[in-house]
Design a protein around this ligand. Structure first.
Ligand SMILES: NC(=O)c1ccc[n+]([C@@H]2O[C@H](COP(=O)([O-])OP(=O)(O)OC[C@H]3O[C@@H](n4cnc5c(N)ncnc54)[C@H](O)[C@@H]3O)[C@@H](O)[C@H]2O)c1
Length: 371
């Protein structure tokens, strides 16, 4: 299985390493990345480097392509690779602007290429089990979703390149794209309307633009200094610190059911949470990836809540979602399965995030449609 990687950074490197571990026959045939010289020191001699993805396509006989650049380049590279018909593993978010989203949608509809969008969460054993429990009718139809994502490692979004909204498109596209996707997946419903709000209350300040933590006179005392938060060295209290530090959205689905989702980037340590409460007429089901536990509360029977501990295999990164994603990508390459996270769903989740951002910026309800 010959793989070509466009953008061999932290994420693509991790995905490929896991792919190699799960499927030793995988070969890193080629890389397109401007950091050629640096990367040549870390990969084997059999890997060839190219200046453009088109050169890579012309000279190699690839079985799969991984696109792992920073967010703002995903759309353009995917559009350039789709006509080749080779299965693509595409990092999220699939687009960072509405214009890019529409261009990608159009290119995809004119191709027959399978795309596996990098959404680990819906692939986790926890979510698979949640879906099973709901299908057993224990809580009835989901009529209300209360989802939460308190990112204890939120320093990532203020200390390094992610702090530049021009590259990321903002934090709904960074985080909520996963959460909206798993909510869509669990409920099986289409989202119709969204309204959102975001604030920047903590990671702002008057430190000079471009300040690096080690050059600051508070380096040894600041609780967010790179000495303590190992996510990069840019000051998160500087004038040029981008991104909101919390955000919330209300989403209405086609049945009339609504979801509330909220994300926070200054919660730390054990305050980290990622999961949801799903309420039906018969019961409430709650789950959290950090505890890997599902609890089901019956509404009308006098019995103790049911507690289900979901165990993970040692190989499982991202709570078991990454290995499932990679297995699916390999099955797609072998022609044994379709993508379980197809581009339609990556596009729809990105659309929800872009509309959430538009709603927050304009203080309006936004229809979730491509028109
Ligand atoms: N799905 C997930 O759960 C998950 C987790 C982490 C990161 N990500 C996503 O992965 C992406 C990459 O993040 P990262 O931390 O690996 O970033 P990174 O900066 O480590 O890697 C990006 C790579 O792209 C290369 N690059 C830059 N311009 C290029 C170009 N024109 N053509 C080809 N390569 C180019 C860079 O040299 C670098 O090697 C981001 O979009 C991020 O949102 C997804």
């Amino acid at each position: 299985m010959k793989i070509g990687i466009i953008g061999y950074g932290l994420r693509a490197g991790y995905v490929f390493a896991q792919m190699k571990e799960l499927f030793p026959e995988t070969e890193l045939a080629a890389i397109t990345d401007p950091r050629q010289q640096e990367l040549a020191q870390t990969v084997g001699e059999e890997t060839r480097f190219y200046d453009t993805p088109e050169q890579m396509l012309n000279r190699e006989k690839l079985d799969g392509i991984i696109i792992g650049t920073r967010c703002n380049l995903h759309t353009d590279l995917a559009i350039r690779m789709l006509p080749a018909g080779i299965p693509i593993f595409l990092e999220k978010p699939v687009a960072t602007t509405i214009e890019d989203l529409m261009r990608l949608k159009h290119a995809y509809e004119n191709s027959r290429t399978e795309v596996v969008v990098s959404f680990p969460l819906r692939n986790t054993p926890l979510i698979k089990r949640v879906k099973e429990e709901i299908s057993l009718g224990k809580i009835g139809k989901v009529e209300h979703v209360q989802a939460i994502n308190n990112v204890y490692y939120g320093g990532v979004y203020f200390h390094n390149w992610y702090r530049d909204e021009a590259l990321t498109g903002g934090l709904f596209l960074q985080k909520a794209t996963h959460d909206f996707d798993y909510i869509n997946y669990i409920t099986g419903e289409k989202a119709r309307w969204i309204t959102a709000m975001k604030s920047k209350q903590v990671f702002k300040g008057t430190k000079e633009a471009g300040l690096e933590c080690p050059d600051c006179n508070e380096y040894n005392t600041c609780p967010e200094s790179s000495l303590i938060q190992p996510y990069g060295t840019k000051c998160c209290f500087a004038e040029d610190t981008g991104n909101e530090d919390s955000g919330s959205a209300l989403i209405e689905y086609e049945s009339g059911m609504h979801a509330v989702y909220t994300q926070n980037f200054f919660a730390r340590k054990a305050a980290g949470r990622r999961g949801a409460r799903l309420l039906g007429f018969k019961g409430t089901l709650e789950f959290d990836w950090y505890t890997s536990e599902i609890v089901i509360y019956p509404h009308h029977e006098d019995k103790e809540p049911e507690r289900i501990a979901v165990t993970l295999a040692a190989e499982d990164g991202h709570s078991g979602g990454d290995s499932a994603l990679i297995r699916n990508f390999v099955d797609v390459i072998r022609g044994e399965d379709k993508s379980r996270t197809p581009l339609e769903e990556g596009l729809f989740s990105a659309l929800m995030c872009l509309k959430a951002t538009a709603s927050a910026n304009t203080r309006t309800f936004q229809p979730i449609s491509y028109e």
